[in-house]
Design a protein around this ligand. Sequence first.
Ligand code: 7PM
Length: 274
Amino acid sequence: MHFDCGSYQLDLACPRVMGIVNVTPDSFSDGGRYASTQLAIEHGVRLVAEGADILDIGGESTRPGAEPVPLDEELKRVIPVIEGLVNLVDVPISIDTYKPEVMRAAIAAGADLINDVQALQEPGALEAVASSNAGVCLMHMLGTPQTMQTDPQYDDVVAEVLEFLRLRAEAAVAAGIARERIMLDPGFGFAKRSVHNIALLRELPKLCALGYPVLAGLSRKSVLGHITGNRVEDRLPPSIAAAVVAVMKGAGVVRVHDVKATKDALAVVAAIID
Ligand code: 7PM
């Protein structure tokens, strides 16, 4: 299966690793933004050297429970990082945002993929992607990152997530986004309790059966802490297990913090599984 995003076409016959690049708020009041921008760029370059197939740049506005990040602040964080990385790496650059203005500016700066935890539901978001050749990752979540409920209720989490993503993919196609530019993501950890996350991973083949590439983001997430008792800094082994399971259940892309370790684990899978 192929995925078109910007100037890239990814062959998802072999699973791809998306490396996470968080652009942290600048801690200096007068030192300008140079330090945080430079750190994020260097981190992205390092992840590509470790084998990342995609870089996902985030200004932290989409994190569950995060404080809202104003538009101008988000632009100041992420655009210089995209501009820096497009000249330094030869992999698709993804931008983690739900704001259409950030999508347009990121695409103009060279981003190839829009990673939207709101699945292009924000007014103007469908058009922002449709008027470009960028790919899009449509993710499931209930509510917004800020209002996301802590005890979400589902009758049948797998069926409800599938139906939501199917409808959002149809909306994207109707807006003029080719099917080859769309991938789907169940949104592990977004308004979901552990039992929901585990059901979604176990039943991932049902999501894959919709016919779009599937992205799985489980790296260091709290479901892995609940299962193991490990704090976030000790969640590399559970994250590797989750990435391996996700790929064996059909995920085409895994979104991770620890690129080298994940690539090594997936190389073993690829050598054994046909
Ligand atoms: C705190 C809690 C900080 C959770 C950051 C997070 C996903 C994503 C995130 C995902 C897609 C994280 C999350 N997770 N985008 N953005 N899929 N498409 O662990 O699962 O990075 S933020």
